[in-house]
Write a new protein. Structure first.
Length: 332
């Protein structure tokens, strides 16, 4: 079973999940580094087109690296990011411009075209990753992006956050899950790789619910997923809610979080790339110390160890449920 799983989904790094590294080697033949770029966008949940308060967990400055400055031209931001990473990565690594903060399709098409071309004109950039909200794309933008994706690598990452409408409403997201489903489907239908970003540990969402909802994630035509734990940041309304009603939030330790992730990975379609499992922000933005300062690499090692202890792989629970072989059809 293990051998077949690997050969089918090209997990050439011997990991029990489909890693982003394996995906990049499949697509580009080498490792790739995403370089965050701040292009001066805002988002409809802040500029009044949908709302003004933003999502209740959001604090964009916490997620934006210091070298990423919207006042600088995109080329200079990319140069700064390349110098930052150059001493930390292998020499053969390629680069993707990652339009990350806020909603990077929330502008007229002409402006999007200019900004994306500015990134693509950098001689060391091999493609684009564009993060946005599911309600910030339309037919015209997707057709334009699909045309661009015929010539270069392009992935659109949607902030989906939860598959539950009640949760999306509670966090003031300003769109429902059906909007996310349609955006993912319309994007994938045009042949564009699609990423989905989900937050684990939002109020009133238990581990059991999250395990069950992997079925819904599997039903989406996603190429990559990012999971990360909710972090309570100083400032946004989520901090006050946490202060007043902490019992509405799961209190995971690194070990129990990794246990949950391992079970989610076992239920995840094996052709979906597991790109991220944890989020880290500088400690000054946090209301509590995050898991004793445990770093992302350590969480990945814990997850791999946990899966190996169980003799488990990404998607094997699907096969157990259906009785199919790894090459059999998946229940979606
Ligand atoms: S999470 Fe994204 S959509 Fe929500 S307020 Fe922040 S930037 Fe806007």
């Amino acid at each position: 079973m293990t051998t077949e799983f690997r050969s089918e989904f090209h997990t050439d790094d011997n990991r029990p999940y489909y890693s982003y590294g394996a995906y990049c080697r499949l697509i580009f033949g080498r490792p790739m580094q995403k370089l965050p770029v701040a292009a001066g966008f805002t988002c409809p949940n802040r500029d009044g087109s949908k709302g003004t308060g933003g999502c209740t967990f959001c604090r964009n400055d916490a997620f934006t690296p210091g070298y990423c400055d919207a006042r600088l031209p995109i080329g200079r931001q990319l140069d700064a990011a390349i110098s930052f990473y150059q001493r930390r990565i292998r020499p053969e690594t390629g680069f993707l411009a990652y339009f990350q903060p806020f909603s990077n399709t929330h502008a007229p098409l002409e402006r999007l075209e200019r900004l994306y071309n500015e990134a693509l004109s950098h001689p060391q950039i091999n493609g684009l990753v564009i993060a946005t909200r599911p309600d910030c794309v339309d037919k015209q933008k997707l057709d334009f992006l699909a045309e661009l994706a015929r010539h270069i690598y392009l992935c659109i990452e949607y902030g989906i956050e939860s598959t539950s409408d009640a949760t999306l409403q509670a966090i003031n997201r300003g769109h429902d899950f059906e909007t996310a489903r349609k955006a993912v489907e319309e994007t994938a239908r045009r042949g564009i790789p699609v990423g989905g970003h989900f937050i684990l540990g939002l109020p009133d969402e238990t581990g059991e619910m999250l395990l069950d909802r992997v079925r819904i994630i599997n039903s989406l035509p996603l190429t990559t997923v990012k999971f990360h734990q909710l972090q309570i940041l100083a400032g946004p309304p989520m901090a006050a809610l946490y202060e007043q009603q902490p019992r509405r939030f799961p209190q995971w330790t690194p070990e129990s979080y990794v246990d949950l992730l391992a079970e989610m990975v076992r239920r995840l379609r094996p052709d979906i790339v597991l790109e991220r499992i944890v989020n880290q922000v500088p400690p000054r933005f946090l209301t509590q110390k995050a898991w004793g300062g445990l770093r992302s690499g350590e969480l990945w090692r814990l997850l791999e160890k946990r899966l190996r202890e169980k003799g488990a792989h990404q998607g094997d629970f699907l096969y157990l449920c259906t009785g199919d072989s790894p090459r059999g059809s998946l229940r979606r």
